[in-house]
Every structure is written in C-alpha cells, then in structure tokens.
Design a binder for this molecule. Structure first.
Ligand code: ARG
Length: 398
C-alpha cells in the first residue's frame, strides 16, 4: 500500500541523506553515472514522483542519461551523453514506465547515433539523436519548440538522475518545476554561457534542479494549445540545486531546424502528432473536454465541463463517460457526473486501499431521465492529503 510505503520511504531518506552527504559533490558535465535502479530515494533536489503516464515521452538511456521521444524511432538527447556519430548498437532505451523495472516498460536497442558535430564550438548546441533499431510504434512524442515564444515562464523537468548532488540514480521518474532565468543573470554564474544556444532555469535560492543522470532529458512546458513542448535539453550545472547556480539547458528553439533536418534524414520525419480523428460510434455523438484541470489535494471539488448541443430529447440509458485522470493515488478520488439540471451520478467512490495511479475508465450511466442538451460536468474531489493529480480528459458519448 502506497501510504505505508511513503513512511518507509521517509525512513529510507533519513539513511540515504547520510550517504549522499558523504559522497563527492557532482561535477558539471561529468561522465554520467551508470544507472542503479535498485537504489531509491523519495525526493531530494526538490522533486516528487511523476505519475504513470504523466510524461509518456520520457526515455531512460542505458549510459545513464535521459531523453525524449522525437519520433517512433528517434530519441532526442544531449551530445555529451554520446561519444560520436555513427553506427552504434550499444545503447538501450527504456520507455513507457515511470518505474525502470515496471511491467509497462518497453526497451529498444540503438542502431545509430548522431552527435551534433558543432557541439564543442562556441556556438554549438548540446544535442544528439539516437535511432532505435526498431520503432516504438505509436509512442508518445514530445514536440520541440521552433520559436522563442515559450522560452520563458515556468518549466517542468523530469528524470531518473541523482536526487541530490552526488546522490544515487533513481528507479522512479522524478519531476519538478523551475523558473526561467535570463541569460544576463545566468552569465554571472556561468561567464562562458553560450547564450545563443543555451537557456537557464532554477531558483536563485537553489533547492530544485536537474542533476547527474538527468542529462539529455527534456525541459518542457505547456504551449498555447495546452500541449507539452520541449524548450530545453538537460546539459550542465555547477553541482546541483546550489543557490545562484541555475541549471543550463540546450535552447531547443535555436536548434530545432537542425534537429528536424537531421531527424528527417534518419527516417524520423516530423514530430507533429496527426490530428486525433474523433470517430463517431454508431448512433453515438461524442463531446469532450481535453483541458486539464488540477485537483487540489484534500480540497474542494473541481469540475471539467462538457457542453452538449444538437441532440433532441433525453440522454440515453447507456451514456458513456470516458474519464482520464492522472493521479498518484486514485483511491483519494470521488468522481461524479453532474447532469445539466444538477443531478449527480456517482461514478467512483474513494477507497483507502486502492493505491494505484490514475483513473482511466469508461463508466456507463443510465441518464434517460435527463435532457441531453446543456452543460454536463465531471466533478472530482480529492479526499485525502498527500497525493495529487489532474483531470486530463473527459468524454461523453450519447
Ligand atoms: N551533466 C549532467 C549529466 O550528465 C547534468 C547536469 C545537470 N546539472 C544541473 N545542475 N542542472 O547528467
């Protein structure tokens, strides 16, 4: 049970911290440590566990780096994570599970590496593409920023790297958020910052950062359409999470055309996800709300609204409700469907023993006494402290 585990993990942390303090401080662009999935720390460097499916594009590379799926057969990572351009079958990519030992994980072997040849020059970006020997068909891709529009604000970072400076590699994916740091201010920490191709992020007080083993992984945020977009590639830093030493990331917007051109050459094509065609089931009309809504921890109920129109008469006795909620402890959640007139239909109650991640379910509701047209609402309440999440998508089929 996860709650008990959390206590056990807190105890493990107390032990782990001693070990971390005794370890040698990490170095910028040190050779990444090899992964040690057996060692686990709950959270240091300001991170928390990512939910299964929250960042589906994340990849762990066997040399101890991170990466992001760019195409079904290509992983975007950092140049400093790989040795040279050419045929290379020595890298294993792990995809599909926040737990590197988890049963949803998918692994592939590399067959080619492209390392940005200009990387060591004063204007060269820290990026590389790894081609997989067979594609991960239908893999979630992270699209890359092609303009500077998103090179500001708050970014999300994620990786299986060390959770403290000098600390162990992680078995479970950790995530954190860091604010943009302007080049002018980043230069006081790193006078030789390549500001044309590097972007910095972190708090001036430190405490949250990527670290050794996170290299090559993405730094990303939401774009105007609420989709994840990659703005950075983990590159280097002085130690990890030190005050006044932000993390330095390759600036993807400045490198995107070179990355895209090389990806096409490697048979990866464009990263653009094809538009999802909403197939209308027989006699069915589909209405959905794909905007994310955060669910406050042990807080008030929140709603995701679905506007329904153009249907005459009442809703069917088999109204289908597809619910996609990302959450790190789904037993916390109480879920109702609220009809336009306010009547509520309970879809799911809370449970102290259902510690699994996420709600990905189709509920069938007898809504035949409800008028179909109007605003339907998915109502979600988190009833226990600690784990959190958000409504990813709700879809009604009439
Ligand atoms: N170069 C490191 C690696 O190989 C990543 C360092 C990131 N450091 C930082 N303080 N943001 O994994």
């Amino acid at each position: 049970m996860k709650r008990l585990n959390r206590l056990q993990k807190a105890l493990a942390l107390a032990v782990g911290t001693v070990a971390a303090a005794a370890a040698v401080a990490g170095q910028a662009i040190a050779a990444p440590p090899s992964s040690d999935p057996g060692t686990m720390q709950p959270q240091v460097v300001g991170g928390t566990r990512a939910a299964q499916g929250e960042f589906p594009f994340m990849v762990r590379l066997s040399m101890g780096c991170g990466g992001a799926m760019y195409a079904d057969n290509l992983v975007l990572t950092a140049a400093h994570c790989v040795n040279s351009t050419g045929n290379n079958s020595s890298i294993t990519a792990t995809y599909g599970d926040v737990d590197l030992q988890g049963s949803s994980r998918v692994t592939r072997t590399s067959n080619y590496v492209y390392r940005n040849p200009g990387y060591s020059t004063s204007t060269g970006g820290d990026w590389a593409l790894i081609r997989l020997s067979s594609p991960i068909t239908g893999a979630a891709k992270l699209k890359i920023a092609t303009t500077t529009e998103y090179d500001s604000g708050t970014f999300t970072i994620a990786g299986w790297g060390a959770a403290s400076e000098g600390g162990a590699q992680q078995r479970y994916l950790l995530k954190a958020q860091v604010p943009f740091v302007a080049d002018s201010s980043c230069k006081s920490a790193y006078p030789s910052l390549k500001s044309a191709v590097e972007i910095c992020a972190g708090y001036s007080q430190g405490g949250t950062d990527t670290c050794q083993g996170d290299s090559g992984g993405p730094m990303f945020r939401r774009d105007n359409a609420n989709a994840w977009i990659q703005v950075g590639i983990v590159s280097y830093g002085e130690g990890c999470a030190r005050p006044n030493y932000p993390g330095v990331y390759s600036q993807v917007s400045a490198l995107s055309s070179a990355i895209a051109a090389k990806a096409t050459e490697l048979g990866g094509g464009s990263t653009t996800t094809p538009p999802t065609t909403t197939t209308q089931p027989p006699n069915g009309r589909v209405f959905e709300n794909a905007n994310n809504v955060n669910i406050p921890d042990a807080g008030a109920a929140i709603y995701s609204d679905v506007a329904v129109s153009g249907i005459s008469g009442n809703a069917p006795s088999t109204l289908k409700v597809d619910v996609d909620i990302k959450h790190t402890y789904r037993g916390d959640l109480v879920i109702d469907l609220v009809a336009p007139d306010g009547s509520a239909y309970r879809l799911k109650s809370s449970s102290t023993s259902d510690s699994a991640d996420n709600v990905l379910a189709t509920y069938t509701v007898n809504a035949s006494s409800e008028a179909a047209n109007g605003t339907w609402r998915l109502k979600v309440q988190d009833t226990y402290a600690q784990d959190t999440g958000y409504i990813d998508n709700v879809k009604l089929t009439f």
